[in-house]
Write a protein that binds this ligand. Structure first.
Ligand code: AMP
Ligand code: GLY
Length: 423
């Protein structure tokens, strides 16, 4: 079968790496890909939002399955578009992708099905939002309703800061994403990334992971797309995962099926593990980044049959096996990220880094210069993944490889996995 992976990040490199090893895959393509994905797949210079061009390519090349990586094309309806043209694709359709694309939609579904999540209000009007904020105890969480590339959530320490955040969003600071805001109760606890494949009715649980969203060591500084991750997460015991499945993931899938929008694809639940049990922070309608970079190396089974079964509504026939070993990913990012950064800087030492035993390197924002030099081409640039018997061993392997990478214009956190190691 010919398979096309859409996307250009570390998540897509990990997916392509895993799919390239599948005996079912005769030929792997990626669009647009990156310098690392180019080692696994033939890369095509198509934008993931160029549905017409992607569809034409799939028809011409008789692509058997399209694996969609990022949320933007899913929320814009790429799966509807491909399927309408007879092309099988992984991921929720446009209606179901609203679980990620609209926080208000997700929160209403939780309210209707008693799914534990933060208490909330939704507003398009600043006066009403301000009155609601006056009735809350800080910290207060203010979120843009729509997709805002990780910039749509502000945790305000005072009511004034919460009002300023709501005002900024409602007055167009984040464009259309902030036309409606969701204001919610702050939940204290530790975060877990829970993953399950869904086929409209049945869930197939994947292993869980933890990521580090803040840019600086000690989980300080602004939020990013994710600076590192590890799996298994010691926090994610089977008991906890069973609770998440029973109280959150299955009710969401059932609720959507009942509403006539069956959810197919991966259900990525951001969970806050509070003193009162797991509560839902957010749903993502795609795989996590960098969580996928630690899940794929731990997956013993071929992922392709499971991904196709999710699309076909046949997950009840599938099971997956996992390696017991831990995997830990350190993200290397361009200096300045998540703010402004330079592109096109030269990265050296990757071959030497990859020679450290139990290390795999996935690329994110990279490209090749004509002379073969590797250049940075984004905010998050490389994902160095170590494996080991414990999270600590995986961490040692990853940082030993990081030490061999020569890239003065980049940085990484030095403490990925600290919570798991402390436990
Ligand atoms: P979200 O995009 O909704 O996942 O929010 C991004 C990050 O903000 C989450 O991963 C949490 O760290 C934090 N966050 C969001 N909502 C809340 C909340 N209600 N209570 C505490 N932290 C939150
Ligand atoms: N690492 C979190 C995310 O993919 O949204």
């Amino acid at each position: 079968m010919k398979v096309l992976v859409l996307g250009a990040g570390g998540r897509e490199h990990a997916l392509a790496w895993s799919l390239a090893a599948s005996p079912l895959v005769d030929k792997l393509y990626a669009a647009p890909g990156n310098a690392g994905i180019a080692e696994e797949a033939t890369c095509l210079p198509f934008d993931v939002m160029d549905f017409a061009r992607i569809t034409q390519f799939c028809k011409d090349e008789r692509i058997g399955f399209v694996m969609v990586g990022p949320e933007a094309p899913l929320c814009a309806g790429i799966v509807d578009h491909l399927e309408a043209n007879g092309i099988a694709a992984f991921g929720p359709n446009k209606s179901a992708a609203r679980l990620e694309g609209s926080k208000a939609f997700m929160k209403e579904l939780c309210a209707r099905h008693n799914i534990p999540t933060a208490a909330f209000g939704r507003f398009t009007d600043l006066d009403a939002a301000s009155r609601f904020i006056d009735a809350q105890n800080p910290p207060i969480v203010v979120k843009a309703d729509g997709l805002a590339a990780g910039k749509g959530v502000i945790i305000a320490e005072t009511r004034e800061a919460a009002k300023a955040a709501a005002s900024g969003m409602l007055s167009g600071g984040l464009g259309a994403a902030g036309r409606e805001v969701v204001i919610e109760e702050f939940m204290a606890g530790e975060e877990l990334s829970y993953f399950a494949l869904a086929d409209g009715t049945t869930l197939l649980e994947l292993d869980a992971a933890q990521d580090h969203k803040r840019v600086f060591d000690g989980d300080q500084g602004p939020n990013t797309g994710g600076m590192g991750a590890y799996s298994p997460a010691p926090l994610g015991t089977q008991t906890l995962k069973d609770q998440i499945r029973a109280r959150i993931a299955q009710p969401l899938v059932d609720g959507l099926a009942e509403a006539g929008v069956p959810y197919k694809g991966v259900l990525f639940a951001g969970i806050m593990v509070t003193r009162d049990g797991p509560k839902l922070l957010e749903i993502n309608c795609r795989f996590g980044d960098p969580e996928t970079q630690v899940l794929m190396p731990r997956l013993m089974s071929d992922p392709l049959p499971a991904l196709i079964a999710a699309r076909d509504g046949a997950l009840k026939h599938v099971s997956l096996r996992w390696h017991d070993e831990a995997a830990l990913c350190v993200v290397l990012a361009s200096n300045g990220y998540p703010g402004a950064y330079q592109k096109g800087t030269v990265i050296r030492g990757l071959d030497a880094a990859a020679q450290i035993p139990n290390v795999t390197i996935f690329h994110a924002g990279t490209k090749r210069r004509d002379d073969g030099a590797l250049l940075s081409d984004g905010g998050r640039v490389l994902n160095v993944v170590g494996k080991g018997a414990t999270v600590k061993a995986a961490q040692d392997a990853a940082y030993a490889a990081v030490a061999r990478i020569d890239w003065p214009e980049g940085f990484c956190r030095r403490d990925i996995g600290w919570r798991a190691v402390k436990r």
